[in-house]
Write a protein that binds this ligand. Structure first.
Ligand SMILES: [Zn+2]
Length: 316
């Protein structure tokens, strides 16, 4: 295969060959995965503490049963979990497998965006987009965090989605090419995503006295619009709803709940909530929409060309 084949169709950009060999080195690619593992470990802290109004810095992490502080050498992503065989060093309490899963998802998110933003453009003769990799990784981690906080406590923390939404709009203002969305579209999609949810929520509260969607869902869609533009908002809503039904209905039929807690128990004293309606949600059960919005948004971020090409083909 001639090198011309690889460069076919993409502009050839002069990149320092030393930089290219560093960025494509297996150790660097592993490093991108490890970078994600470290942030995945931090995401575990955020998922537990932020919806409970706790600081992510103090106090240090400790065992939930015996309160023993967790030493740094027992807090190394993945490695410590495996060495301790998923148990507290002092009391032997099993640690939630969730910690391991979130760390690995963090690693996957960083790795996948490194391949998309750095490795693929280099192979195709373009310039590596390191800033885009960091931005998309932050976005992916944010989507993962709100998926779990919404499943756990029906909360999509402002402290997670609003700064990341601002980051996306800021990036589009500085360089419209970095995320592939210009500042006007990013801002309009962010506002539109929020307004869409706020409008549906208002209509349900006004005419049926129930809260069909939370404003957190709107702020999450604002974050999606800031990064992925109008296509991101539309895909998150449509694919999120379809996939939500495909997953939630079988789960409910099997007698399982999508959320880990009861909405009324967690937020029962919240005057904003509205009245519970037995007809609300799927088969009378309330399900959090945030996780399905977030998963669909991550799909589009990772598979944008494939998804948009497939949709264009479907439309004709
Ligand atoms: Zn313990």
């Amino acid at each position: 295969m001639s090198p011309d084949f690889l460069f076919d169709g993409a502009p050839v950009v002069a990149v320092d060959p030393v930089l290219v060999s560093i960025l494509l080195a297996p150790l660097t690619i592993v490093g991108a995965f490890v970078w994600g593992l470290l942030w995945g470990s931090f995401a575990n802290v955020v998922i537990w503490r932020v919806p409970r109004g706790m600081s992510v810095v103090h106090p240090r992490s400790s065992c939930t049963r015996c309160d023993a502080p967790i030493a740094w050498y027992d807090n190394i992503p993945v490695v410590s979990f495996l060495l301790l065989r998923g148990r507290c060093r002092r009391c032997g309490e099993p640690l939630s497998l969730r910690y391991l899963v979130v760390e690995l998802l963090g690693g996957f998110i960083s790795f996948a965006f490194y391949m998309l933003c750095v490795v693929r453009p280099l192979i195709e003769g373009g310039a590596p987009a390191l800033a885009a990799w960091l931005l998309w990784t932050t976005y992916g981690l944010g989507l993962m965090i709100v998926t779990y906080t919404d499943i756990d406590l029906w909360v999509i923390p402002n402290a997670v989605v609003l700064p990341i939404a601002a980051l996306g709009i800021g990036a589009a203002l500085v360089d419209p090419t970095v995320l592939g969305v210009g500042p006007v579209e990013a801002l309009a999609a962010a506002v539109g995503g929020y307004a869409f949810v706020a409008l549906i929520r208002w209509a349900y509260l006004r005419f049926r006295g129930i809260e069909a969607l939370g404003l957190g869902d709107g702020k999450l869609l604002a974050m999606v619009g800031a990064f992925s533009g109008a296509a991101g908002v539309l895909w998150a809503v449509a694919a999120g709803a379809i996939q939500g039904l495909l997953i939630a209905v079988p789960m409910l039929l099997l007698g399982r709940k999508v959320a880990a807690t009861d909405l009324q128990e967690v937020h029962g004293d919240d005057p904003e909530l509205g009245e519970e309606d037995p007809d609300a949600g799927v088969m009378g059960m309330r399900i959090p929409f945030g996780p399905f919005l977030a998963i669909a948004a991550l799909e589009l971020a990772l598979l944008r060309e494939t998804i948009l090409d497939a949709l264009a083909w479907l439309v004709g």
